[in-house]
Design a protein around this ligand. Structure first.
Ligand code: SF4
Length: 580
């Protein structure tokens, strides 16, 4: 490697369950390639077709690189370049006038998951707009139903680890076209299939994944809940249950039984179009071939009653005790599974009492006056989303964006359909290693890290005050959760310990600290203990089941969330370290 060639780590910002680990190569300050990280067990060196030319996107001639001001009709895409000072001055002036005339709720921030990162993602900007007293944007395009259903059924866990699917002998992929939309999970499913696992795909159409399955079950669209109830019916009526597990670890079985016994396979056949005998066969195989794993995709959620179907998919493994086995259970990946203090990022306590709320699904209606809002929307600030193409009722969204009296600001990397109706466009930026933001009298230093807690950890240092915001890189008193790489995280802690000039440390979890090294000490000790003991277990030929029961016990009693998190951590550390 020449002296000018440098590599940096990052993560895919897309809204995708794979969260690929990126390696950026920079030559003489120019990005020359973005590749999948070959050292990362899920990414395994490959990116999907959407991202494989990401470096070309970075230098695409159509990128918005400077603030722009509209000088033609809305939608005409006629803009002139202006300075940041002019852009900010105009926004300030227009918002001051709007607030004086209508109140601050006349401003509606619109954002979603244009970037999936914790700092730049779905909650970015909330604190600012809450402080301003703007209308609250309720963000529920997707995952709200499934995440809520999952959490009230199973609790704050992502379910079975995607890598553990290699251990399964019966895999049900339900409402998910893995080969197209969760590509990096497929090698684990494929390996299980090569080891003798049966792959069942439940999908209303013969997807690419369904074509590779051993059995494709095609219910009518939106009838998965009925299929699941009949599945539960067979498990109960044929006593294919793990009664010990149900007795010890579940609640509400009697109520479920009462309802499910009415939902026979014959009843479900009428609704789903799946033969009753096939439903019986599915339930029997699922209960008897162990370990059995279910991957629930977003397809299950996208219909009326979808959340209830997700609840049933979460109940099934409890009925047969599948959670007992490595590679058994259900994987759903709810966006809220992580024990993150969202309120510290979003500051809902800054929302004034009585502030009106607009659901992002009703953007168009809010703009054309079809919602009963006490304050009309007179300005939009759009970032991380493109409502013209993403929100329902595009005709109403467009009609609203064309309003002469609506002042619209859009921050984007490209001239999106929504940006072409903006009065002011602000260019978005990406952070691949370090970025200093001069806010005028205050400098913020943003640093991106290689895979540690996750694949996209970022710290923010307020240089003047020495305040370091570490987000998920620092857990205090609450047990850290291993979601990226424990070895990578320990390496990053080593780097952070060298950081100079820090006077206040703000963790993502737990109390604020003053001395950086001391603040990092507990999570470092915990991780080193787990790593050392897991390595010893592997060297002794102990399997993952034994490791989760014995590793790290000296740390118990020192951490909150121990019961929810520790065994999962050990299992993740084991799967990382067994390849050393
Ligand atoms: S599969 Fe593609 S979109 Fe998904 S995380 Fe990987 S690179 Fe990003």
């Amino acid at each position: 490697m020449s002296a000018q060639l440098k590599t940096f780590h990052g993560a895919c910002p897309h809204d995708c369950p794979d969260t690929c680990s990126f390696v950026y190569t920079v030559e003489n300050d120019r990005l020359v390639s973005v590749k999948g990280n070959a050292d990362h067990p899920m990414t395994n060196g490959g990116l999907c077709v959407k991202l494989k030319d990401y470096d070309e996107r970075h230098y695409n001639a159509d990128r918005v690189l400077f603030p722009l001001k509209r000088n033609g009709p809305k939608g005409s895409r006629q803009y002139v370049r202006i300075t940041w000072e002019s852009a900010l001055a105009e926004i300030r002036q227009r918002w001051t006038e709007i607030i004086a005339r209508h109140g601050s709720q006349a401003i509606l921030p619109l954002s979603y998951l244009g970037n999936q990162g914790l700092v730049h993602g779905i909650t970015a900007g909330d604190a600012f707009f809450n402080r301003l007293g703007a209308t609250v944007c309720e963000k529920t395009f997707c995952a709200s139903g499934s995440s809520t259903a999952w959490l009230i059924t199973v609790g704050p866990t992502g379910g079975v680890d995607p890598e553990s699917f290699v251990h399964a002998k019966y895999i049900v992929i339900w409402g998910c076209n893995t080969l197209s939309t969760n590509l990096h999970h497929w090698p684990f499913v494929r390996r299980a299939q090569e080891n003798g696992a049966k792959i069942v795909v439940i999908d209303a159409y013969k997807s690419l994944t369904a074509k590779k399955a051993d059995w494709h079950i095609a219910p009518k669209p939106g009838t998965d809940g009925a299929l699941a109830m009949a599945w539960v019916n067979v498990l109960i009526s044929e006593n294919l249950l793990d009664n010990d597990y149900i007795g010890k670890y579940t609640v509400g079985f009697d109520e479920l039984k009462e309802r499910a016994l009415k939902c026979t396979p014959e009843w479900a056949e009428q609704i789903t179009g799946i033969k009753a005998d096939d439903i019986r066969k599915l339930a029997r195989e699922y209960a008897t071939v162990k370990p059995a794993a279910i991957r629930v995709g977003v397809g299950l959620e996208r219909s009326a009653g979808g959340a209830d179907a997700i609840r049933l998919a979460a109940i099934l493994p409890a009925l047969i005790g599948a959670w007992r086995h490595v590679g058994g259970g259900t994987l759903e990946m709810p966006v809220w599974e992580f024990p993150i203090h969202w309120d510290r990022v979003c500051r809902p306590d800054w929302i004034p009492d009585g502030t009106q709320v607009v659901n992002i699904l009703q953007t168009g209606r809010a703009l054309v006056g079809e919602l009963p809002l006490k304050t009309p929307i007179m300005s939009l600030f759009v970032y991380n989303t493109n409502p013209v193409t993403q929100a329902p009722e595009s005709d109403k969204t467009l009609a609203g964006l064309r309003r002469d009296d609506l002042f619209t600001v859009v921050a984007d990397q490209f001239m999106s359909d929504t940006a072409s109706y903006a009065d002011i466009i602000l260019p978005d930026r990406t952070v691949d290693s370090m970025l200093e933001l001069d806010l005028g009298g205050k400098t913020l230093r943003l640093t991106a890290y290689p895979t540690a807690h996750t694949h996209s950890d970022l710290s923010v240092l307020d240089v003047d005050t020495g305040t370091l915001w570490l987000g998920d890189l620092l857990f205090r008193e609450r047990l850290p959760s291993f979601d990226g790489s424990v070895l990578g995280w320990l390496k990053v802690i080593g780097t952070l310990e060298q950081e100079q000039g820090v006077r206040t440390v703000i963790p993502g979890h737990g109390p604020v600290g003053e001395e950086l090294k001391a603040a990092l000490a507990d999570e470092k000790r915990y991780m080193e203990t787990v790593v050392a003991e897991v390595r010893a277990q592997i060297a002794d030929g102990k399997d993952i089941d034994e490791a989760v029961e014995t590793v790290g016990l000296s740390e118990r009693g020192r951490w909150q969330l121990w019961d929810q998190q520790h065994k999962r951590n050990v299992s993740r550390a084991y799967t990382e370290l067994e390849w050393e």
